[in-house]
Design a protein around this ligand. Structure first.
Ligand code: MN
Length: 233
C-alpha cells in the first residue's frame, strides 16, 4: 500500500445518540430559501408553483461539532446564524420518488448554516458563486445524529436563541419543499450516499453574532445545537 506525502485529513464524523459508533459524514448539502418568511426577509419570495428548490454545498472540512467555540471568521462584518433541521442519509439513492424517500433516512440533527451575509449578498447580486459567503471554515455546525430510520419529520418547533434571547421561532411544517420533496429533487442531481447531510433551510429571524455570543438552537423531537463565537481569526 502506498504512503501519502502528508497525513490526509481525518474522516469527518459525528456522534450518534445512544450508540458508540460514529456517523461518518460524506457531503454537506444545503437547501436555499425553504421557508417563505425567510425568503421574504431576504427580498426573494418563492413561488413554489413555478420554481424548483436550489442548493449549495459546503466543504466537508467546514463541519464543526455542536458545543464548539469557533473564531469569528475573517473578511466579514455580518456573520449570521441560520438554524436548520438536518437530514442524515443512511442509504444510497438516485432518482428517488418522494413516496420512497423515507428509505434513505437514517436520522436527523440540529444544525447551523453559518453565513458571511455581507459576502453572500454581494455574490448573489453580482451573479457570482456563494462560496465565500457560505463555505466558511467552522461554519457547518451539527449536533449528534439522532437515529430515526425511515422516518419523515413533518412538523415540530424550530428555534434559536442568542445569549438566551429568542431570535428564530418557527415550525418545520412550514418548509416550502418538505423532506420527501427535497430527497426526490436532490437525488435527480446527485447519487445520494450514506453519510450525506442535508440542511433543509432556515426560518425567518436570521441575524448577526459577535465575539462572545452564545448560540443555542433546537428542533423539537430531534435535539439541540450550540456554538460560541470567539475572537476574530
Ligand atoms: Mn441555510
Amino acid at each position: 500500500m502506498s504512503e501519502y506525502l502528508f497525513n490526509p485529513p481525518p474522516v469527518a464524523a459525528l456522534p450518534i445518540r445512544g450508540e458508540s459508533t460514529l456517523f461518518p459524514v460524506n457531503r454537506l448539502f444545503f437547501v436555499g430559501r425553504n421557508y417563505h418568511a425567510h425568503a421574504l426577509e431576504m427580498g426573494k419570495p418563492v413561488d413554489k408553483s413555478v420554481e424548483h428548490p436550489f442548493y449549495f454545498t459546503k466543504s466537508i472540512g467546514t463541519l464543526t461539532p455542536s458545543g464548539a467555540a469557533v473564531a469569528y471568521p475573517s473578511e466579514t462584518r455580518n456573520y449570521h446564524f441560520e438554524m436548520e433541521l438536518v437530514v442524515a442519509i443512511g442509504r444510497a439513492g438516485f432518482r428517488v420518488a418522494a413516496a420512497d424517500a423515507h428509505e434513505l433516512v437514517y436520522g436527523y440533527a440540529a444544525g447551523l448554516d453559518m453565513t458571511r451575509r455581507d459576502l453572500q449578498l454581494v455574490a448573489r447580486d453580482k451573479g457570482r458563486p456563494w462560496d465565500l459567503g457560505k463555505d466558511i471554515e467552522e461554519g457547518s455546525v451539527c449536533s449528534e445524529i439522532v437515529p430515526m430510520p425511515f422516518t419523515v419529520i413533518e412538523r415540530g418547533g424550530i428555534e434559536l436563541k442568542v445569549n438566551g434571547e429568542t431570535k428564530q421561532r418557527s415550525d418545520v411544517d412550514k418548509l416550502i419543499w418538505n423532506i420527501r420533496e427535497i430527497i426526490e429533487d436532490l437525488s435527480r442531481f446527485y447519487h445520494l450516499q450514506a453519510g450525506d447531510l442535508i440542511y433543509t433551510g432556515t426560518p425567518e429571524g436570521v441575524g448577526a453574532v459577535v465575539t462572545g455570543d452564545r448560540i443555542e438552537g433546537q428542533v423539537e423531537g430531534v435535539g439541540e445545537v450550540a456554538l460560541t463565537i470567539g475572537p476574530a481569526a
